[in-house]
Design a protein. Structure first.
Length: 228
């Protein structure tokens, strides 16, 4: 136990700014393809430019922003073909991890899944933007918790990168349609199957959930983007 709680190690300012900008991008404050003028971003987030400059390369490594020579950083942008490719990769990684994970899960893993899905359920019915943002944060935790028992850190790192590339698109689509019912229902089935240990059913549901998410997103992309 820390006898001096006031002296506990705290997050660095660049780390805090990294999280603030990451959340802002994922939640649509900055749109795919938008240039990130550092003065404007710093003003909008209420931070200084120095920690922002340190945070941007971390976001580039995550695949969330890209650096354009002589122009600066911009929010990553994908066309429909690229989105499809990313989902194909995500599906390959998730199904392999799912098969390994469900066979290694523990009671602690099951309890963690119960806790997350229980918190997500009421949020899925709440149209408030803050509730939706919290649902999406839990969504990422949920999928990680389902696959973490596989004990494949390199697979998970590659999966996190692919998720980062498409997460802002998924959140934007959901904000426009306002519907989390289907996704929440699929999560409930995933959680239930994870608990009962039905390997093939769990792998199949994992694949279907990824495909359904992809299809919902692609069907609602603006027509002009579909034609590029």
């Amino acid at each position: 136990m820390n006898e001096f709680p006031d002296l506990a190690v705290t997050e660095t300012l660049p780390s805090i700014v990294y999280k603030k900008l990451r959340d802002a991008i994922l939640n649509g404050v900055f749109s795919p393809g938008q240039m990130l003028r550092q003065d404007d971003v710093a003003s909008k987030l209420g931070v200084s430019r120095s920690p922002l400059r340190e945070a941007l390369p971390r976001l580039e490594a995550d695949g969330i922003v890209v650096l354009h020579p002589r122009r600066g950083y911009a929010v990553a942008s994908l066309d429909p073909k690229q989105i499809t490719e990313v989902f194909d990769l995500r599906c390959l990684l998730e199904t392999e991890l799912a098969r390994r994970s469900i066979q290694k899960r523990t009671e602690a893993d099951i309890s963690r899944i119960y806790a997350i899905i229980s918190e997500m359920a009421p949020l899925a019915k709440d149209p408030d933007p803050s509730s939706m943002a919290r649902w999406f944060d839990l969504n990422m935790q949920f999928h990680t918790a389902l696959l973490l028992p596989a004990q494949c850190p390199h697979h998970l790192k590659a999966l996190d990168h692919s998720r980062n590339l498409i997460e802002s698109y998924i959140r934007t689509e959901t904000r426009l349609t306002g519907g989390l019912d289907q996704a929440q229902e699929e999560h409930t089935l995933l959680a239930r199957t994870f608990v009962t240990g039905e390997v093939e059913d769990f792998v199949q549901l994992t694949r279907q959930h990824s495909e359904h998410t992809r299809d919902r997103l692609l069907s609602r992309l603006p027509v002009q983007n579909q034609e590029t």
